[in-house]
Ligand binder design. Structure first.
Ligand code: IPM
Ligand code: MG
Length: 362
């Protein structure tokens, strides 16, 4: 069987980093027999420009037929003035919702060679290996009613709704418990149950799942404390599970612990194992077109895709090991370079990973 992978380069540095993923996938096909077919489509600002909408029906159709999709990044200042419905970010939110990609896995792993790049002391972050499981298709991002309206006194107000069904909480909870079972057996559920009813239910449902996962130790933490603990003593965490908005914020925070957001991959999965894979970082308009982007988060996203959607765990390990070897050999993109280090451009970094893979193939 040949896997179909939909490539969605997106905007600004998106095409530059997805080009490196293309190289790596073709190398896996050549050198390791991966049966994969790559198709390309527009999502985000490029789709607005080419097709008038951030998520064209043709892109959605191709995604539904694919086994997995790889996204670069979407967005940029040139589209900020558009109506909300036509902005690039809407394309991303819409594809998550349309495809039911409710489970967002965001690992934050510190490569030993990069301990010095973290803004925290090496002894606080060394050995860091956290998985944030973020609910991605519910909560305040999608709750109704929402809008901007005028109060009776004539003053405008903006409003959103934070709502979680017990079924949505249980579904993401199951993913998180299963992940904790495979990893260190610790699950911390993050909420704001001291203030929010939606969090009260969240905590109740998570607690109810615990007895069917005796190998996992469940704890609960308020989100404000979780933010503090992430920068105080991040290694206390194994798996964290939380709602859409809290997960958005905490995953950026966790990302920075590892030294560079340019290193972090993510997976957004549906109930059947289809996934949209993307680096956690954005489209970085300020460095686009200069060969400064770090392609490693995208290549590590390819590894997650191989593992979670394509059932090629072995090749996933190989990609991750190739990335580790390239870092160990001293190559650094601009975001990782210490003062005085020589800087490796985007494409050369991708080539180095391909070479490391080929060296293993013999
Ligand atoms: C993310 C991003 C998105 C989000 C934006 C671009 C809509 O910040 O994937 O974390 O808020 O989910
Ligand atoms: Mg975010």
């Amino acid at each position: 069987m040949t896997y179909r992978v939909l490539m969605l380069p997106g905007d600004h540095i998106g095409p530059e980093i997805v080009a490196e993923a293309d190289k790596v996938l073709r190398c896996l096909a050549d050198a390791f027999g991966l049966a994969v077919e790559l198709e390309y489509a527009n999502l985000g600002g490029c789709a607005v420009d080419a097709e008038g909408t951030p998520l064209p029906a043709s892109t959605l159709g191709l995604a539904r037929q694919a086994d997995a999709a790889l996204l670069g990044a979407v967005g940029g200042p040139e589209w900020d003035g558009l109506a909300r419905e036509r902005r690039p970010e809407r394309g991303l939110l819409a594809i998550r919702a349309e495809l039911g990609l409710f489970a967002n896995l965001r690992p934050a792993i510190l490569f030993p060679e990069l301990a010095g790049a973290s803004s925290l002391r090496p002894e606080v972050v060394s050995g860091l290996d956290i998985l944030i499981v973020r609910e991605l298709t519910g909560g305040i991002y999608f709750g109704d009613p929402r809008g901007i309206r005028e109060r009776t006194d004539g003053v405008r107000e903006g409003f959103n709704t934070l709502v979680y069904g017990a079924d949505e909480i249980a579904r993401i909870g199951q993913v998180a418990f299963a992940a904790a079972e495979r990893r260190g057996g610790q699950l911390c559920s993050v909420d704001k149950a001291n203030v929010l009813e939606s969090s009260e239910l969240w905590r109740e449902v998570m607690t109810g799942l615990a007895p069917s996962h005796p190998g996992v130790e469940l704890s609960h933490m308020y989100v404000d404390n979780a933010a503090m603990q992430l920068v105080r003593a991040p290694r206390q965490f194994d798996v964290m599970v939380t709602g859409n908005l809290f997960g958005d914020i905490l995953s950026d925070c966790a990302a920075m612990l590892t030294g560079s957001i340019g290193m972090l991959p993510s997976a957004s999965l549906d109930e059947q194992g289809f996934g949209l894979y993307e680096p956690v970082h954005g489209s970085a308009p300020d460095i686009a077109g200069q060969g400064k982007a770090n392609p490693l988060a995208t290549l590590l996203s390819v590894a997650m895709m191989l593992r979670h959607s394509l059932d090629e765990g072995d090749l996933a390990d190989r990609v991750e090991q190739a990335v580790a070897r390239v870092l160990a050999s001293g190559l650094r993109t601009a975001d990782l370079a210490a003062p005085g280090d020589s800087v490796t451009p985007t494409a050369a970094m991708g080539d180095a990973v391909v070479e490391a893979l080929r060296a293993e193939a013999g």
